[in-house]
Ligand binder design. Structure first.
Ligand SMILES: [Zn+2]
Ligand SMILES: [Zn+2]
Length: 376
């Protein structure tokens, strides 16, 4: 099989720093496409995978799961997308082959993409992509269904956020949490996913959107994107404050990955409300919920629901709709791009540092994956 040489961000083992390395990329096989990547966002889940492992996949790992680029070659049987077409790459697309997909419940997809590995290190080690995709390279092979055509005029450096952070937050609000017009919503944690959840709640018609964070510096962005109220969780009792303001919310969206915050989200609910746990938890973590009558926000007899999402539970039509929202301005992706950086090892280290320090919503990398001569 023919291969091309590319450059990718490789992590050799848990806790090792990401390295920019030459990689070898196969031609796309049946049902696959090769994409010249132009933009890649750095997400908390990238850091989670570096620290904790790639959800059970073997090392080494090709980092990245929030990319956009241009299709440069398609495999047997692929009619869409077509070479030359700009695309969003997303891990969260239903795979079609896991037990949930086979039973026609694609929103419960386990992302069980059954593809042979197409990327290797220069010394021949098989690379598995972060979250079963891997987008942080100049050229990658993905399943054709993991790509969605970008509407004309959408900047890939912003649109790539719909590959993970923006789609997860918006989907958690409109799919998993099922925010309805006139709802009161709390969003806890105002990173990229939380700000996207604020926007999803606004687009769904929420009457009140209470944005909660420990860092007041994040409140201006939340207000600009749709929050009607803000709560500084570093002072006082955020649960009591949100309950006082709203009488208990219809939907509470947790975007921190901290177990105690999931319990707080449930405790913020009014009768019949839904809490959505979006963040990726620490391995082997537990939560404790107030259950019995007598505690404000106790699960009984409040008839609350707690649901867990791993990417906003999208189906293909959702991506088309959300890209449309981005194109018509309802979904402001540009506001969530704090910084555009060149693809260097130093900048990847700096991007991880700034993300963990809470200094940025997103660092997006400009990837010079120009299509190879004669391929597009
Ligand atoms: Zn599936
Ligand atoms: Zn992500």
């Amino acid at each position: 099989m023919a291969t091309i040489e590319a450059t990718g961000v490789v992590v050799r083992a848990a806790g090792e720093p990401p390295r920019l390395e030459p990689i070898v990329v196969d031609d796309p096989g049946p049902g696959e496409i090769r994409v010249a990547v132009t933009a890649n966002g750095l997400c908390h889940s990238d850091h989670w995978a570096i620290a904790n492992g790639n959800w059970g996949a073997p090392w080494p790992m090709l980092l990245g799961h929030e990319g956009a680029g241009v299709v440069e070659a398609v495999g047997l049987g692929v009619t869409s997308p077509t070479p030359g077409e700009p695309v969003l790459l997303t891990w969260a697309m239903p795979c079609g082959v896991c037990p949930s997909c086979v039973r026609d419940r694609p929103r419960r997809c386990a992302h069980g993409w059954a593809q042979p590995p197409r990327m290797r290190t220069a010394d021949g080690a098989t690379l598995t992509g972060t979250l079963a995709i891997g987008t942080f390279a100049t050229h990658v092979v993905v399943h054709a269904a993991q790509a969605v055509a970008l509407p004309p005029g959408l900047d890939p450096l912003a649109a790539c956020l719909l590959g993970c952070g923006a789609s997860t937050g918006v989907g958690a609000a409109v799919n998993t949490g099922d925010v309805r017009p006139d709802d009161a919503v709390a969003v806890i944690g105002l990173g990229g996913i939380g700000l996207a959840a604020v926007q999803g709640a606004r687009i769904a018609g929420a009457r009140r959107i209470v944005a909660v964070d420990l860092l007041p510096a994040k409140f201006d962005a939340a207000r600009a994107l749709g929050a009607t109220d803000v709560v500084d969780a570093s002072v006082g009792d955020a649960v009591a404050t949100v309950r006082e303001m709203t009488g208990g919310v219809d939907v509470a969206l947790e975007a921190t990955g901290v177990a105690a915050v999931v319990a707080q989200a449930v405790a913020m609910l009014g009768r019949g409300g839904t809490a959505v746990a979006i963040g990726v938890p620490a391995p082997a973590s537990d939560i404790t919920l107030a259950w019995g009558e007598g505690t404000p926000g106790a699960a009984y007899p409040n008839k609350v629901r707690l649901t867990v999402t791993d990417g906003g539970d999208p189906v293909p039509e959702d991506f088309i709709a959300w890209l449309g929202w981005a194109a018509d301005g309802r979904l402001d992706l540009g506001a969530m791009v704090s910084r555009v950086a060149p693809l260097t090892e130093d900048e990847i280290g700096e991007g991880l540092r700034a993300m963990l320090a809470g200094e940025v919503v997103r660092t997006v990398y400009r990837v010079d994956g120009a299509p190879l001569p004669g391929t597009a």
